[in-house]
Ligand binder design. Sequence first.
Ligand SMILES: *Cc1c(COP(=O)(O)O)cnc(C)c1O
Length: 387
Amino acid sequence: MTHHDHQQLAPDTIVVAAGRPPREHDAPVNPPIVLSSTFHEAVDPAAGDRIYGRMSNPTWDPFEAALGKLEGAALPALVFGSGLGAAAAALSLVPTGGVVVMPRHAYAGSLSLAGDEASRGRFTVQTVDVANTDQVLAALAGADLLWLESPTNPMLEVADLRTIISAAKKAGVTVVVDNTFNTPLVCRPLDFGADVVLHSVTKYLAGHSDVVLGALATSDPDLQVKLLKHRTLHGAIAGPFEVWLALRGLRTLALRVERSQATALYLARKLQSHPALTRVRFPGLPEDPGHQRAADQLNGFGSIISIELADVAAAEALISAVRLWLPATSLGGVESLIERRRRQAGEPVTVPESLVRLSVGIENPEDLWADLEQALTGLREVDGSTR
Ligand SMILES: *Cc1c(COP(=O)(O)O)cnc(C)c1O
């Protein structure tokens, strides 16, 4: 099967079939891990050498090919040593003195990185509420780069990607979409006209909380050259073993996403009727403000739920009382994680103090609910006691 043929295949086949070595007798069915910092040179320099391990590594190629196909990109993706390493390369597309428009609730690390660049005079940052389309459209005038995340982390606000991206392109604004929460199975931002897609591969794509990696995908050869140059010169490259693990994890992406999304919807419905919670944010609930947009533009509702409790003490008590859910930051792994986001210093202050983010994994749904329920019930008993 040629690489070209993979474009016709369904995404849940691509995750399994893409990035395999050529079908040759006795060849392995999985790509090997290549541990080499340098490569034999060709006699003819025009042959295009790999040259050196900061510029390329054969273990990157299959992962980059697979992710490029999944995002519907005309080119292979570029893997980076972390999501933020990829974000730094994407922000390098902003001209000096330019304007970047970002969601006020974008991933805290991306906001901090952009803020750091801004504080040193590289560019200015304007933040917007991505759920407010008029506000985003108004901010496009004079902007150079629009950074989108939808749903946002951890507020789960949903943007009208179709309207916003087409307006940005008409205005000549470069559009970067952080697609970490969705995965390419749920959303393909390049199809909406975005220029660059970003992933923290650390999360769903690798899926096992055992690597830190990032990636960018684009169909624009000029942008690809710039992003590749940034990766090579700034050196945010990935280790071969980590990328091999990411491809290994990608093989089960469709199964993991299907399972965790179904469980998230099941849990969100249960949580919605629990008296200990003041709010449940999950685009899959019909009552959620982002529900209709997510239903129209996304191929699923994701597996992150944000819940709010009476106060910080209740949120912390919930996290201490769970036994199966793991109290840890990050998301998108096979194991379910729970975290009060405002524990992190960089989190925007507009995120409620009592907001607890749930990253739903692939465990048995009843077990996940039973654990949350016993912890939430415990909160109410403590409230009513003489403590
Ligand atoms: C984790 C995350 C990042 C940063 O990626 P790292 O791999 O941790 O550097 C960027 N965007 C989102 C939405 C994330 O969740």
